[in-house]
Write a protein that binds this ligand. Sequence first.
Ligand SMILES: Nc1ncnc2c1ncn2[C@@H]1O[C@H](COP(=O)(O)OP(=O)(O)OP(=O)(O)O)[C@@H](O)[C@H]1O
Ligand SMILES: [Mg+2]
Length: 279
Amino acid sequence: MQDLIELNHLSYHYPGSPNHLALNNVSLTIQAGEWISIVGPNGSGKSTLAKTINGLVRPQEGTIKVNGQILTDDTLPTIRQMIGMVFQNPDNQFVGSTVEADIAFGLENLGMPTDQMHERVTSLLQAIDLWPLRHRTPAQLSGGQKQRTAVASAIASRPQVLILDEATSMLDPASRDMILSLVRQVSESQSLTVIAITHNMEEVLLSDRVVLMREGAITTIATPRRLFDNPQLIEEHDLTLPVLEQLRHALAKQSIHIEEPLINTESLKNALWTYNSTM
Ligand SMILES: Nc1ncnc2c1ncn2[C@@H]1O[C@H](COP(=O)(O)OP(=O)(O)OP(=O)(O)O)[C@@H](O)[C@H]1O
Ligand SMILES: [Mg+2]
C-alpha cells in the first residue's frame, strides 16, 4: 500500500499559548485505504492533529505530506480538495440553506452535471435517512441530524481522506450504526482513507490501527486487538473497554478464553458456541 499521509515531527502551540505545546513532536504515517482511530483524553491534541492534515492548523515545526506533496501555501488548495472533514460541532459547518443544498454544495463547486448531482444527493439523503427532511434549514434540525448531514456532505465529493472529529458523538446507537456503515461501505468501495477521532471504543474496533494520544504526543500506535488486550494502556488514557470486551476479560478470569475481540452479540454467541463444542 502507498503512504498517503506523512506527518513528520510536528510541534505546535496555539498563538495565545506559547508555553503550551498542543502537539509535541508528532510523527505518523497513514496508508491509502486505512481506517485509523485517534483516541485520548480531552485536551490531548486529537483535534489539533487532525486539523494539521488539511492545513487548518499550521505547525511551527515539522512537515506534512499528503499524496507525495509537502503542505505549503501553494499546495494547500489541492490538498484540501482531497480531504473531507466533519468537525466536533455540527453547528459551524452547514454551508447550504437546506439539508439537500448542503450536500449538493461541494458538487456544484466541482461543476458536476445536474443529473449526476441529483442522483448522488438523493442516494446520500436516503443513506442517512434524511430524505423526508431534505428541505429543512439547519435551525429546523437536531444536533444529530446536522451531524448526519455533515457526514453526507463530506463524503459527497468523493474525497480520498475523510476526517471525522467525534462526528458520531451526538448520534443515538441506530444513527451511529447507520453512519458508520455508510462510511465503511464508501471506504471499501472507493478505498477511502478514514481518520476517526472518537471516545467510542466500539467504533475503535472498526479501525486497522489506533493512535493513542496524551498531552500533545502520540504515546502508542496499536491494533484494536492489542489495545483491548492491554488494560494498562486503556487505563493510562482514560478509556473504557467496550462492554463485550469487559465480558471477554471477565470470562478469561474464569478460564473461558475467547481469542478474538468481540464485535457484537453475534460474535459473542459464536465464540460461546465454539467454546461449548470444544468442552
Ligand atoms: N484555539 C485554541 N487556543 C488555545 N489553545 C487551544 C485552542 N484549541 C485547543 N487548545 C489547547 O490545545 C490542546 C489540545 O486541544 P485539542 O482540541 O486538540 O484536544 P482534543 O484531544 O481534541 O480534546 P477533546 O477530546 O476535548 O476534543 C488543549 O490543551 C487545548 O486547551
Ligand atoms: Mg477535539
